[in-house]
Design a binder for this molecule. Structure first.
Ligand SMILES: NC(=O)c1ccc[n+]([C@@H]2O[C@H](COP(=O)([O-])OP(=O)(O)OC[C@H]3O[C@@H](n4cnc5c(N)ncnc54)[C@H](O)[C@@H]3O)[C@@H](O)[C@H]2O)c1
Length: 268
């Protein structure tokens, strides 16, 4: 068993949303490895339990909470439960997200647009607001929102996702100003192409199927086109994300707020 001993985040309580997913789980494990106790939020009980088992390897207190971030009432009651279970919240990794359909804007399905905005924007707002209210009472806290390079440059065929991630960058900037007087910092990370794995494969396949001038219709060629657009000429590994999040949450970033850090191999 890996043990956290007395890590830099010992005694800290972190909420991680989208915690059963690839990035959420990797970050939850990393924060636990640094000594933090973790509240995991995601949609499905079984996936959450699996994630909790993995995060518990590090020896800290880990509790799973089934919570649909699009449901503001549920987010508020779950956040209250976290505070009653753990006593406080020091960190939030506000990360649950959904990519939606890939199609040119004129064909983009309205249903997908609404769903992506509900999860990525409204959901992130609900969690940020609920946790920020607790942090305001505590007069301290640090928040990292997961944006994307799709929130810096609008990608083709991803109208909903691009709009949602631009919104996250805006929410981060505004929240950083509103919460600065309360000793709460709010930053964002913007990963670009992360792989290998299902997210990478799905993205490549969906861009190929979208059949536009920007990408080939052959997934293997799309993969090469995407990597060719990255100055470092490779996709990022999920393991390259957690250290950036823990840096932004830590006192090493104590004079940083409102920032959106690209994790993108040189794409700016
Ligand atoms: N993987 C990438 O290449 C990449 C790149 C840039 C940004 N991102 C962003 O990173 C974040 C995590 O993505 P990932 O790659 O780990 O994807 P993922 O699909 O593995 O994980 C997303 C998690 O969010 C959860 N989720 C979705 N809707 C939810 C809801 N309504 N309530 C609660 N939980 C919900 C899912 O159940 C899933 O566990 C997302 O915000 C995504 O947009 C990912």
């Amino acid at each position: 068993m890996k043990t956290h001993a007395s890590g830099q985040f010992s005694g800290k309580i972190a909420v991680v949303t989208g915690a059963a997913g690839t990035i959420g789980l990797a970050v939850a494990e990393h924060l636990a490895s640094l000594g933090a106790d973790i509240a995991l939020f995601d949609l499905q009980q079984d996936k959450l339990e699996e994630a909790a088992t993995k995060v518990r390897q590090y020896g800290t207190i880990v509790r799973p909470y089934v919570c649909d971030v699009t449901d503001a009432k549920r987010v508020n009651s779950t956040t209250e439960k976290v505070v009653s279970d753990f006593g406080k919240i020091d960190f939030l990794f506000n990360n649950a997200g959904f990519q939606g359909a890939f199609a040119p804007v004129q064909d983009y399905p309205e249903e997908d647009f609404n769903r992506v905005i509900q999860i990525n924007v409204c959901g992130a707002f609900h969690v940020l607001q609920a946790v920020a209210r607790q942090m305001v009472e505590q007069k301290s806290g640090a928040i990292v929102n997961t944006a994307s390079m799709a929130g810096v440059q609008g990608p083709p065929n991803m109208a909903a996702y691009g709009a949602s991630k631009f919104a996250i960058v805006g929410l981060t900037q505004t929240a950083s100003k509103d919460l600065a007087p309360h000793n709460i910092r709010v930053n964002a990370i913007s990963p670009a192409f992360m792989g290998p794995g299902p997210m990478w494969d799905m993205q490549v396949e969906k861009q190929a199927k979208a059949n536009t001038q920007y990408f080939s219709t052959d997934p293997e060629t799309v993969a090469k086109q995407m990597i060719g657009s990255v100055p470092m000429r490779r996709y990022g590994n999920i393991s390259e994300i957690p250290g950036v999040v823990s840096f932004l949450l830590s006192d090493a970033a104590s004079y940083m707020t409102g920032v959106n850090l690209p994790i993108a191999g040189g794409i700016l």
